[in-house]
Write a protein that binds this ligand. Structure first.
Ligand code: ADP
Ligand code: MG
Length: 260
């Protein structure tokens, strides 16, 4: 763990700094006899977009839930900046404020307006004043062109708009890391583009993102790095070209052949 002391070092001439935002170190997680994560280690640097790929059931969601403290790791460590978030003494609410999360579906409460949805956690969990939360929420809704939907209810929005609101909500506390777990998988194909465009905009603004996705062309185009999970371990960790085009691993080639 001695390298943890170096994480404030930044390469001044590089657009991609080398500050480590997230570090997984030999993370293990089982459910009963099923070993889902069998020693996962990788880093995410500031401003990096990392696509987490793998077949259904390969543990992408479990990994993200461990990062978001919705699941406890059995073994290994997860660092968010300098904080060991797997330390049972860590302050969970504080850590969650530093990580934004969007899931595949059911992100918004149907009986609450967009504004209420976006401000709720900031007010209830992070103890922001209503004023502060609403000012920040309106600013985020403005940025995604949805200021005029602040008092609308989720069922008055398209699925794509709902996911964009969910992303705005995840950005409320200006998190160091954004976790996106298959956020376009439940959408009509027509609506996928607007959500992916928003992710691309966030990337352009320097947001650090870990995203599980099956959108292979987007991953190829937008991700800085691909981490491919298989049988509970990392099968590949490299640039999109290295992993998706150049890997000689038969199982990797087989996996990507399903998406061509
Ligand atoms: P992915 O997101 O890659 O599709 P998941 O992380 O959802 O994969 O699931 C990985 C494996 O862990 C699957 O076999 C799944 O059935 C199992 N699993 C996930 N969550 C639980 C749970 N809470 N209890 C028992 N098994 C689980
Ligand atoms: Mg999943």
């Amino acid at each position: 763990m001695s390298e943890m002391t170096n994480i404030t070092t930044e390469a001044s001439d590089s657009p991609v700094s080398n500050k480590t935002v997230l570090r997984l170190d030999d993370v293990r997680k089982s459910f009963g006899n099923t070993q889902v994560l069998r020693g996962i280690s990788f880093d995410i640097h500031q401003h990096e977009v990392v696509a987490l790929l793998g077949p259904s059931g390969s543990g992408k969601s479990t990994l993200m839930k461990c990062v978001n403290l919705l699941e406890q790791v059995d073994d290994g460590q997860i660092w968010l900046g300098n904080t060991d978030i797997t330390d049972p003494r860590a302050d969970q609410d504080k850590i969650r404020a530093r990580i934004g999360v969007v899931f595949q579906q059911f992100n918004l409460f149907p009986h609450m307006s967009v504004l209420r949805n976006v401000t709720l956690a900031a007010i209830k969990v992070h103890h922001w004043s209503k004023d502060r939360a609403e000012t920040r929420a309106m600013e985020l809704l403005e940025r995604i062109g949805m200021r005029d939907k602040a008092s609308a209810y989720p069922d008055q929005l398209s699925g794509g708009q709902q996911q964009r609101v969910a992303i705005a909500r995840a950005l409320m506390t200006d998190p160091e890391l954004l976790l996106l777990d298959e956020i376009t998988s439940a959408l009509d194909p027509m609506l996928v583009g607007e959500v992916l465009n928003m992710v691309a905009e966030l990337k352009a603004q320097g947001t650090t993102i870990l995203m599980a996705t099956h959108e292979m062309s987007f991953a190829h185009e937008a991700a800085d790095r691909i981490v491919l999970l298989r049988h509970g371990v990392i099968a590949e960790n490299g640039t999109p070209a290295e992993v998706m085009d150049e890997s000689q691993d038969p199982e990797t080639i087989e996996f990507f052949s399903h998406f061509r």
